[in-house]
Write a protein that binds this ligand. Structure first.
Ligand SMILES: [Fe+2]
Length: 332
């Protein structure tokens, strides 16, 4: 049964090593937002997913055409924030330069990523109620162009969370290359193509049009395989990815811990993972309290209890797993 959890709260205390600096501009939705809905959207079945795969998802929404999120002034201030956060950039197998945890370092970025107006707008596009992600590491993730032009800005992959958007802070029309693309197909097809040593064929890679900076593609990130192509001329290219959680916690969580354990500081990640999984279990425990049937069937009752705390069991096992992790992607 559908059961909406209450939205998670942003932590009231910052992790060690993170702090806000004085910022000249406070985020003001009336000035910095310009919300304009997409002209069209695709569903998961448009990409070839069958009903059995779709029914495990919070929504059958797959990907939107460009939506406007930031006004020109919003872009100007956010670009300034992103440039000043770049000194914290780290890299991983997929992306050469990225900043995570920026919402612990920029109030402007945090307030934008948590903004109720944006969340309502994005919920309407997803077609399901969402909240800004319960793990702040998944809020306001910033990607920067690689220094090595031979590298794709980001390889073909699906996200380690289910719902997000990719917002252009640089105007893509001023770049040579660096196109955001998604695959007109399923994850299994992308996997088969990669395993056969082939690249995803050009005719199945869609490059949505972005009218300018401040526009985003809304994405069912763990279902839609996507990438950013190589830049062919050095340029500043900055994108902002904001993650969301469905409030319906009956849906199985798709967030992947191993990929994150390779890139995120453990003193932040372990705590965020514990909070995230506890938040999911709270929703499921509340559903159990509200809806568990009267029965003398021990197995049925025990299964209800196990399902409600499954996320917490997963978090305990993930956090105690000291084996080397690996990152999933499908190459350039
Ligand atoms: Fe992604």
């Amino acid at each position: 049964m559908r059961h909406l959890n209450r939205p998670p709260k942003f932590p009231s205390v910052l992790p060690d090593g993170y702090h806000y600096t004085d910022e000249a501009v406070e985020f003001d939705p009336a000035v910095h937002l310009q919300l304009e809905p997409p002209a069209h959207t695709l569903t998961l079945s448009d990409l070839g997913y069958d009903p059995s795969a779709i029914e495990t998802c919070p929504t059958d929404f797959a990907v939107s055409s460009a939506v406007r999120l930031l006004s020109d002034e919003g872009v100007r201030v956010m670009l300034g924030e992103a440039r000043s956060l770049r000194k914290y950039a780290v890299n991983c197998e997929r992306i050469e330069n990225m900043v995570r945890g920026g919402t612990y370092q920029s109030r402007f970025l945090k307030d934008f990523c948590l903004c109720d107006e944006v969340t309502g707008f994005i919920s309407d596009i997803f077609g399901t109620a969402v909240a800004p992600h319960s793990m702040p590491l998944h809020l306001g993730h910033l990607n920067y162009a690689p220094d090595d032009l031979n590298r794709a800005v980001d390889k073909w992959h699906h996200d380690t969370l289910s719902l997000d958007y990719v917002l252009m802070l640089s105007d893509p029309n001023h770049l040579d290359g660096g196109n955001f693309q998604y695959f007109m197909g399923t994850r299994d097809e992308a996997k088969q193509i990669a395993e056969s040593g082939q690249s995803i064929p050009e005719e199945r890679a869609v490059s949505p049009e972005f009218p300018g900076a401040g526009y985003a593609i809304v994405l069912h990130g763990n279902m839609v395989v996507h990438r950013a192509t190589q830049l062919t001329r050095p340029a500043e290219r900055i994108t902002l990815v904001n993650g969301y959680v469905p409030l319906d916690t009956a849906i199985d969580d798709v967030c992947r811990f191993p990929d994150l354990s390779l890139v995120d500081p453990h003193h932040v990640l372990f705590t965020e993972w514990a909070r995230h999984k506890a938040w999911l279990s709270m929703g499921r425990l509340q559903a159990l309290v509200d809806e568990i049937p009267f029965t003398d069937n021990r197995q049925v009752i025990t299964q209800h209890l196990k399902d409600a705390i499954a996320d917490i069991e997963t978090a305990i096992s993930d956090i105690n797993d000291t084996e080397d992790a690996s990152m999933i992607h499908y190459g350039d």
